[in-house]
Ligand binder design. Sequence first.
Ligand SMILES: Cc1ncc(C[n+]2csc(CCOP(=O)(O)OP(=O)(O)O)c2C)c(N)n1
Ligand SMILES: [Mg+2]
Length: 632
Amino acid sequence: MKHRLTVAQAVVKFLAAQWTERDGAEQRAIAGFLGIFGHGNVAGIGQALLQAQRDNQPEMPYVLARNEQAMVHTAAGYARMRNRLSTMACTTSIGPGSTNMLTGAALATVNRLPVLLLPSDVFATRAATPVLQELEDPRAGDVSVNDAFRPLSKFFDRVWRPEQLPSALLGAMRVLTDPAETGAVTLCLPQDVQAEAYDFPDELFAKRVWHVTRPAPDPLAVERAAAAIRGAARPLIVAGGGVIYSEASAVLDRFARETGIPVADTQAGKGALAWDHPNAVGGVGATGNPVANRLAGHADVVLGIGTRYSDFTTASRSVFQHPAVRFVNLNVAGFDAGKLSALPLVGDARAGLTALRPALHGRRFTGDFRDDVAAWQGAVEKAYRGDMAYPGKKGELPTQAEVIGVVNEACGARDVVVQAAGSMPGDLQRLWRVRDPKQYHVEYGYSCMGFEIAGALGIKMADPGREVYALVGDGSYLMMAQELVTAIAEGVKLIVVLVQNHGFASIGALSQSIGSQRFGTAYRYKTAATGDYDGARLPVDLAANAESLGAAVIRCRTATDLAEGLKQARESERLTVVHIETDPLAGGPSSEAWWDVPVAEIATLHSTRHAHAGYLEEKKRQRHHLRPGDRS
Ligand SMILES: Cc1ncc(C[n+]2csc(CCOP(=O)(O)OP(=O)(O)O)c2C)c(N)n1
Ligand SMILES: [Mg+2]
């Protein structure tokens, strides 16, 4: 049997029939479409989505986004909340509509999150080339702007002819649903091909279930890993995002209790264990806490689970200082399992821990880190109350740590906090007391300003029963606030906490630390004398801006106001923006770890020369981690 459909109709019909299954639970693999129409897709995917709605085919919801980059963030937020078992498709027009998605594609691939990108492409027939928004390459007739997606995608195809569609779709689904491979998947759909009819084989549209398995590591690798851990004196576990995606928290909990090994976490892994779990020591690395970092400094065997070992996790390879430290990496992706010359355990986090547990033959470790963790939590309490000594603090404005404390207290156990860039990710990783594996959503793989509101929209759509709090800096807000309008149109309630500090607190502090005196990081009037933005504050009212977009807005001045504002926001049905101004110069307690940001080697400025001398000292602590992981 054949089914005569346009290519776009076939894409929609096929995607509506794709399911994933893990541990016996099925869900739609592609929950819906996000899109912005233009001449590239209005007659293709646009028509197909309309027809799907009218014909009562399996439902394919459509969400009109306001910016193409943002809609990829929304799909990525959705996928992360669904532990990568379900995501959304993104349809765009050709040219700028497509290239606006590039940043989102990179974010998804860096964070190992599945998103399906369907940029439209120029005419396959080239009947009237160049069409509006076509980039011409005099050297190559088959190049379009969409080729820029190639290095950002884990799978890329361009459907020049309808006959190619089945293999392109199946290839896309295979990569989207493979936890080891997943990331951005891009299928470019030329605008004429989208509207072209073809007799597709019927079986292409049958319900298809992509079974997401839990590969167990090779038994000999488990033996080698167990021997390394049994022989350790001071092991440490680093829990990454893979623990959460694999839903391995309960197994990790038991593993940690039985072995006594302390568990540190990464930004993506925060929530793997609740903050008050007896083995939890909090974040490790540049945005971690001093207790976890001291344990890392002395660890002789590090069991990394589901982590990609970013420079923040390793403090630019300076946090693991034991002279003979070796790594055992449990990861579903061989690429990540092999990092830091580790002994690789390639497999699912839950299956791997389950296999590793009996192989340890009851080995227990009795490190005493709990008093240190308790002392650190005392410091967190003080920061939450604004009760720290802040060298830079001048006025009466609340500190960012106080804001985080108030939001943390307002959050129910299952509520979600969303963040991505600026000074908040560091403060959140250090200070946030996480209670649930899906509570903490800080996008710190790509750390993309502007992710927060768009990502929060996807998170809330993925799990509408949870209250979702997006913490947004003024810099991020000014980059990408427009998805407030999308959320309002869709009836998706978010609570947005807009933290106004008149510029880049994060990069300001970084600039100062590398001797560049916060140059060019404040949102103020420019003064001619210095060429810098050190004039009066700008007459910007972001709360009024949010109001003008249709949000309910609550303006707060103090931490007490904020607690009251959040209470009102929770009780309201409306998307609410809670606005508060904070002191940009009052940081939180330090991680006491380093981050490698090179300082100018020569400079006329004393501040830069001074910073460079400090940099050379820190640089000495950087390790290579080349020692083979499997030596005995
Ligand atoms: C898209 C993008 N551009 C630039 C950066 C570099 N960057 C990191 S944080 C930051 C400033 C963020 O400002 P804001 O959101 O106000 O947060 P704050 O630093 O004040 O906490 C910049 C420019 C980035 N992470 N993402
Ligand atoms: Mg700011």
